[in-house]
Design a protein around this ligand. Sequence first.
Ligand SMILES: [Fe+2]
Length: 548
Amino acid sequence: MSTILGVNAVFHDPAAALLVDGEIVAAAEEERFSRRKHGKDPVPFSAWELPVEAMRWCLAHAGVEPGGVDGIAYSYDPDLAPPPPAGSPDVTGADWEPLRTLYVRRVPHFLATALPGLPDDRLTYVAHHVAHAASACVAAPDASSAVLVLDGRGEAASHLGGRWRDGALDVLAAQRLPHSLGLLYEEVTAHLGFRRSSDEYKVMALASYGDPARFGAVFRDRVRATGDGGFRVDRIDLAALVPPRPAGAGWGDVHADLAAAVQVRLEEVVLDLASWLHARTGEAAITLAGGVALNCVANGRLAAEGPFEHVWVQPAAGDSGTALGAALALAVRRGERCAPFTTAALGRGWDDDEVEAVLKTAEQPYDRPSDLAEEVAAALADGAVVGWFQGRSEYGPRALGHRSLLCDPRRPEHLGRMNAIKGREEFRPVAPMVLAERASEIFDGVHPSPYMLFVHQVRPDWLDRIPAVVHVDGTARIQSVDARDEPLVAAMLRAFERRTGVPVVVNTSFNTAGRPMVDTPQEALECFGSGPIDLLVLGPFTVRRARR
Ligand SMILES: [Fe+2]
């Protein structure tokens, strides 16, 4: 038996993943254990901090003792990081970057302290973008593909363009820092008063309200593909375009226009980079990872307008996914065959007895309906907000029917209701889940779309039927649900359709403002207790809110 533990810890979204004989048996983000969103800040001072709880759980889940791990793969290679300033061993130089490198070199020591018995001499450093790339190309169902990685930064680059074929990754292009599409997007995110490295999806949502032409010329001039697989991002004086928006302040056209300008330019450069990769590789498929690959509008355009027949995006495309990617890259290097990624449900789960014990401890009155799908569909059709907790939690930022909040998409007021529960801005859309066999009838675009990574146009005759999930530009970011993969969710959608004629339900993550998704039954109960959720579904059990 071969066991490889993947670890991401260098920036943010610390996470662990475990491969056993090339099978992905567990993967989880530390935030689900520590309850601190994104795990930590991506500053050099925090680079030492490991996803200890996630690592411990991955091993326990597989019944592997720390001493039984054959390889540890860490998704950052200190040998590729910029060297310290000439002649200075001072870790405070270059914005403390040498401190990050120093901490990464000490990882074996930190590992040995955190998980005694772990064979720290079996640690391999995997280049950050190679780890991202492997999380896409090795995990994807395609035997070969072009690979595109875009994020804020790795060791010294912000991008990788490559080709995965015959069990090997060829790196064809790597854009070096300071040029970074991810960092540019982060700059705009911070300038618009949102949280850098966290709230980029808010900029993407706001962009739909804006006119990209207003600042388009500036972005086209300063941000461009260079025709060799890379790109340039020259400095843009954002304050000269739009005054910085204080956090929490109102927003207007000028903010939406700035968001639209960076969004559209990002899409154009992604299309240019993809075209270059297609010309170089001739591959039919492209696989994507890196934080920028969570931009489902850009992904949707790439699928619709790009040269590739198939676009596959790693659901944990942000840094958490490099835990899995590093493990896969090491497995490939060792000549192991790796099974493709078939589900994001790789986190913790509880069996029925365990869930029932939690309910009993909480002294919560609960039921066990004979037909759970019908019961939930009836509540949804009746206007209820449902907390839906089933099976193992999701790896990556999307709730995919395991830790979800659900409601009826026919009611336009449900958008505001969901955003209020979650403390979200009013311009943010909520997303739908839809029966896979009905998806193309209602939504244009990529099908199937099981991981909510593409934006789809809602077909005109459905716009008025599911108003809560239609964004201002007529789009929706769907999750298509296949009964073979998710039988209970599909049964619930079918039951809802029988009642309403609509095979679509609102699906957003099960959490409240600023908190990670609930992971345990206790956390689901706490969220239910503190939020206006009408019905909680915990495995086969239901808990109803008592109304005065
Ligand atoms: Fe990254």
